[in-house]
Ligand binder design. Structure first.
Ligand code: 13P
Length: 252
């Protein structure tokens, strides 16, 4: 049976001290009141090693928001998958629309990143999703299919099993405009169907597919009630322990 997950993506927020304080607060809260789902926090690189020291990783997983598309060497400023792993992190977000859009990450680059992450034993949260323009042209299915084909459908079934998909419509990210639960369910079911076409029903049934985009405690219960929505990838609402806990509790 696939895992239910609520993952936070802190993006470029939180200095080291504030990030540690937030992670400590979450760690205490969730150790006392155990979640009914997997919980992951994905933080800027600089936080990982410090947070890994105290995080109860049986309750909260730790991940990075990116990694390099090269193994090692003269790539000033880059952080490799091996380096991420060595901090104690177990996850990495790849393919976020902000990386694709602002940093020109192409399907080919993402394919390399995915392979390096898996080689270093990291679980990948792989993001896909259409722009407003593409949604208005009713091209969302085409877009997500091409994103999967371009970067992860080259994997073996075994490796694909280490991928968590996050469907994040770009028009819903940070805009306060959530996809309706019906809109989200429709495309999640489509995503699961193309995974089934590629890898078979068992793999598709076992794949966790998260929804992301203005997800908060008030709309999470309705989204998570849908059969093909297995949790959320949370931006803004992951930056305060109470807000994030509110979404985690949607699984209770
Ligand atoms: P918001 O929850 O702030 O809309 O961000 C979603 C997101 O991009 C998570 O990766």
């Amino acid at each position: 049976m696939r895992k239910k997950i609520v993952a936070g993506n802190w993006k470029m927020n939180m200095n080291l001290q504030d990030g540690i304080a937030l992670a400590k607060e979450l760690n205490e809260t969730l150790t006392q009141d155990k979640p009914n789902c997997g919980v992951v926090i994905c933080t800027p690189f600089i936080h990982l090693a410090s947070i890994a020291q105290f995080l109860n990783q049986d309750v909260i997983g730790l991940g990075a928001e990116n990694c390099a598309d090269k193994e090692k060497g003269a790539y000033t400023g880059e952080v490799s998958a091996e380096m991420v792993k060595s901090t104690g992190a177990q996850y990495v977000i790849l393919g976020h629309s902000e990386r694709r859009g602002y940093y020109n990450e192409t399907p080919e680059i993402l394919k390399e990143k995915v392979l390096l992450a898996l080689k270093n034993d990291l679980k990948v949260i792989f993001c896909i999703g259409e722009s407003l323009e593409e949604r208005e042209a009713n091209k969302q299915n085409e877009v997500v299919k091409a994103e999967l084909e371009g970067s992860v459908f080259n994997l073996s079934a075994e490796d694909f099993g280490k991928i968590i998909i996050a469907y994040e419509p770009i028009w819903a990210i940070g805009t306060g405009k959530t996809a309706t639960s019906d809109q989200a369910e429709e495309i999640h079911a489509y995503i699961r169907s193309i995974i089934a076409d590629k890898y078979g029903k068992q793999v598709a049934d076992d794949t966790t597919i998260l929804y992301g985009g203005s997800c908060k405690a008030s709309n999470a219960p309705e989204l998570f009630a849908k059969p093909d929505i297995d949790g959320g990838l949370i931006g803004g609402a992951s930056l305060k322990a109470a807000d994030f806990k509110g979404i985690i509790d949607a699984w209770k």
